[in-house]
Design a protein around this ligand. Structure first.
Ligand code: NAD
Ligand code: MG
Length: 300
């Protein structure tokens, strides 16, 4: 990979990435990374592998875009083969990721579907077992976030879909996977700064992110005797299609991330090393932990 700088280059974190905020943009559906008015850094030119996940077999949900895409690219550069989960309408984004992964000489299985469907969520485990020949890493990154200003407008349908996508799907996939995960396996879930510092307009979403922290810590204790570690990454504001597709009101995007101590939004590539660390054997004594990657905001 020819690039001038990567994640190991000594740099000032306040100016490593865009500091001037983002344009007011609104996308329909889950949104496409390809259509972001300002492209996100997915690591293709800025993440260098160092052999941390050689031979590993990973399922990455939400692997088409944003944080999941950066995780997929980093995992492939570290030597892992992948199953990617995403929604069917995100196929163009997923194809971009697949091309980058295949250029690394790694295998990628594209598995589009809807995680609110229990059969699909459980079936992902079997795609990996059959098409990768095993499974030892779950990076559960998929999530739904739709801002609603007034509780009067928060529908039961949205409340239900947010919980099914963010919490139930995780439960279904983990439950299906556990009997097949060898000792040494790693499960990584995705919470948020919203778990501790909820925005008034993200009532349903923030609540699921707190649930994910607790679910993960309970499972970490339960699965430890099997040699399976469970950890959480809790991002702060990161520039992804989640934010342009209803996660924030568009008029908030010019200020997005500026309230953090580091003074800017994060980029997906800055989340990837947290997942790599928690997936790799170097974190063998870390379980039940939440790794906050949020620009310096204090957490409990
Ligand atoms: P993203 O939109 O790029 O990724 C979210 C992905 O979730 C989508 O690409 C989609 O594939 C998947 N998804 C959503 N609903 C689905 C469904 N019903 N079935 C299958 N897949 C579905 O945005 P992102 O910001 O990279 O989000 C990734 C994770 O990071 C989410 O869990 C989100 O809550 C979390 N997070 C993001 C931020 C941020 O500021 N971007 C901050 C904290 C936490
Ligand atoms: Mg997407």
């Amino acid at each position: 990979m020819a690039s001038m700088t990567d994640q190991l280059t000594f740099t000032d974190p306040t100016t490593r990435f865009r500091t001037e905020g983002y344009p007011e943009q609104q996308q329909d559906g889950p949104g496409l990374e390809q259509d972001l008015a300002v492209r996100a850094d997915d690591g293709r030119d800025s993440y260098r592998g160092t052999g941390r996940l050689v031979g590993r077999k990973a399922l990455v949900t939400g692997g088409d875009s944003g944080i999941g895409r950066a995780v997929a690219i980093a995992f492939a550069r570290e030597g892992a083969d992948l199953v990617l989960s995403y929604l069917p309408e995100e196929q163009p984004d997923a194809e971009e990721v697949a091309a980058i992964v295949r250029a690394e000489g790694r295998t990628v299985v594209l598995a589009p579907g809807d995680l609110t469907d229990e059969t699909y969520a459980r079936g992902l485990v079997h795609r990996a077992l059959e098409e990768l020949g095993g499974l030892d890493t779950l990076a559960l990154v998929a999530g739904k976030q739709q801002a609603v200003e007034d509780i009067a407008d928060l529908s039961s349908a949205q409340f239900d879909e947010t919980f099914r996508t963010n919490v139930y799907a995780m439960f279904w996939t983990i439950q299906e996977a556990v009997p097949h995960l060898p000792p040494g396996s790693s499960i990584i879930t995705t919470s948020s700064i919203q778990a501790y510092d909820p925005s008034p307009i993200l009532v349903d979403y923030a609540t699921t992110k707190a649930a994910i922290n607790t679910l993960s810590k309970a499972l970490a204790g339960q699965l430890a005797p099997k040699g399976i570690r469970v950890n959480v990454v809790a991002p702060g504001p990161v520039w992804t299609p989640l934010q342009t597709a209803g996660g924030q009101p568009p008029e908030k995007l010019p200020e997005f991330g500026k309230q953090t101590p580091l003074g800017r939004a994060g980029q997906p590539v800055e989340m990837a090393p947290a997942y790599v660390f928690l997936a790799s054997p170097e974190s063998s004594y870390v379980s039940g932990e939440t790794l906050n990657a949020n620009g310096g905001s204090p957490t409990p």
